[in-house]
Ligand binder design. Sequence first.
Ligand code: BGC
Length: 781
Amino acid sequence: MKRIYCLFISVHLLGAASAQLPKLGKSPVKEIVAAMTLEEKAKLLTGNGFKMPGMKPPGGPVVGTTQDKVPGAAGTTFAIPRLGIPSIVVADGPAGVRIDPVRNGDSSKTFYATAWPIGTLLASSWDTALVRNVGVAFGSEVHEYGVDILLAPALNIHRNPQGGRNFEYYSEDPVVAGNITAAMVNGIESNGVGTSIKHFAANNQETNRNTVNTILSERALREIYLKGFQIAVKKSQPWTVMSSYNLINGTYTSQEYDLLTTILRKEWGFKGFVMTDWFGGKDPVAQMKAGNDLLMPGTTQQSQAIISAVQHDSLDVKVLDENVERMLNVILESPAFKGYKFSDKPDLAKDAALSRTAAAEGMILLQNKSNALPLGSKGTVVALFGNNGYDLIAGGTGSGDVNKAYTVSLAQGLTSAGFKLDAALQNTYTNYLKEEKIKHPKKGFFEEFMHPTPPIAELVAEEKMVTQKASSASIAIISIGRNAGEGSDRKLPGDYYLNDTEMVMIKTVANAFHAQHKKVVVVLNTGGVVDVTRWRDAVDGILMAWQPGLEGGNAIADVLSGKVNPSGKLATTFPAAYDDVPSAKSFPGKEFPERAVTGMLGMRQVPAEVTYEDGIYVGYRYYNTFKVKPAYEFGFGLSYTNFAYSNLTLSSPVLNGSITAKLTITNTGKVAGKEVVQLYISAPAVKLAKPAEELKAFAKTALLQPGKSQTVEFVITAADLASFDTNSTSWVAEAGRYIVKAAASSEDVKQQATFELAKDIVTEKCNKVLVPQVEINELKK
Ligand code: BGC
């Protein structure tokens, strides 16, 4: 009320000077809208432009004066001072606030942000309470740096391991993605700042990202690609949603009324506003009509097109009024409107400590033959191989990158944890990396985006040198790194697959160390899945460290040393072979080069389409149903201890409203640890085909001391059981017998119980929308 009052006052005060302003009453937002000119509305609905050193923005010169509010932020909206409407600032991204760390060349005061662990790592913690805490700290940086809305979290589905932005995203499963997103949004927004959950929707590749038409069935769309967004909207009501670049079944998402209004607002009850992805979509008028309220970063051409459409009666100004109203409702909540005096001094030291804790919680112990890990006592001599061991990758590239003050390498982390690194080896790598970096200096953001600097070639591990290390050191750690990001997808050779030098390094090190009865551990510092099949048998331990943020080296050392018992589990499958991936054949679709045009920022745009022939069989839904054995299945992760599952009970043998499943988890090993418990359901599949198992809920225990137990509880309702029935356009829970599976992974079911559903229940009736225009040859059971 106070805020509305402020607006009321400011409008009144300013109104004194402006004859056309009405006297405000009960609905100030509506009245402000009524007081706005058409030009003001069009300005508010198109951002304040794009600033990139040395680049002219498309769409004419940038008008407006709010661009420099927070240098390096992704965009701002127009201020309308006469109405008391401030400009708001939006900044990336999913792993930390991305703003310029130094302003006007003056490094005496810096604006670095915490690089949090990447989204996939956070999801691999399966710990919504932890993610919420990260959100709270993350949001305080957003707030203290003068940003109103964070352009995150990002929750597109990991459809294919080559997805260039998978690191920003959470999981192959919408229940994980949706719940982790909700926790993150609730945490960030508890600071009084906003989020923009993105990219809505079915944006699962970077190849031709601005032109690709994603063709998919209504069921796959609803169950896999929209479900996470639906959960996030229901559980966290984010301030904004960002529409994606791609088309869905023939229409740009930002121009699709049925996506942004029928589904998002009418079916799910979303209350905030929708913004485009940067330069997303083609037709500003269609975007307005669709309910894509804000066009970012905004061009004068767009606002002129909107004005002209109203003047020529092809756009009803009432549509704009609704768009404006939704934006104003959010602006009224913003720190900018409240006049928050941000400090530019977030508590980076405190946040770094949390980043380290969170990073360790999401790392996954994939292999641990004869207890290679944890490492021995302090003072153990470690031979650390691999460029990456001395040059950690904290996070991915593009808008998901963060300008951080430092990155702790694995070498530094191990040293701080009290291990002794082989000094000569360390020198060799450090000098090599230094020289290579001088030869290939990193370019600016935009040039890197267009032509990324290739990674430094892996230093060849000569056999003679390795043999020598095998006698002097106690253990070998090999660190392998991969980076990727916005603008392109990953490649198979040398990226998904290890390259020849890496393969030889693993073989040489393993032979030499095993000959001395010493262990070899591989650390994977990658943003996504890599092949393990070709080399895992050669080594003893494998730790999936993901891209763990600025404290990464310390966090990896925490896990390797046993200070933290690993408790992360895979939120995305490691296939045994790339060809096993259900989307391997259809990713990334086909191109129509004969229709290429010059698009945004002068880039060549090639029309393209991708057909999701894998349908609902994404990730473990495919591997389990079609009995294809992955290298490491969804939900998998080892611990330094063991857990027993017992006493699974259901509150009732029949579902009547809801059923509570309870079970006991006991730490039966020798060290304290946490267990991620997953609840899968196998459903009757009489009318609708069903995946063999589907994750319905998950929980992480507290840190259980040896011998201690904890009871975990899950509540299941009919809505959790329902699948999308295309014929009736509704979510239906089919009558029959359901098997509840309490599991340590999607393959490792520990306990099961059954219940009955007496008759079919329609849990939600939906609108017949976003129907594919062509026949899809969808995978069937
Ligand atoms: C990305 C978005 C990002 C935006 C603003 C786009 O290129 O796809 O995720 O938020 O830029 O930087």
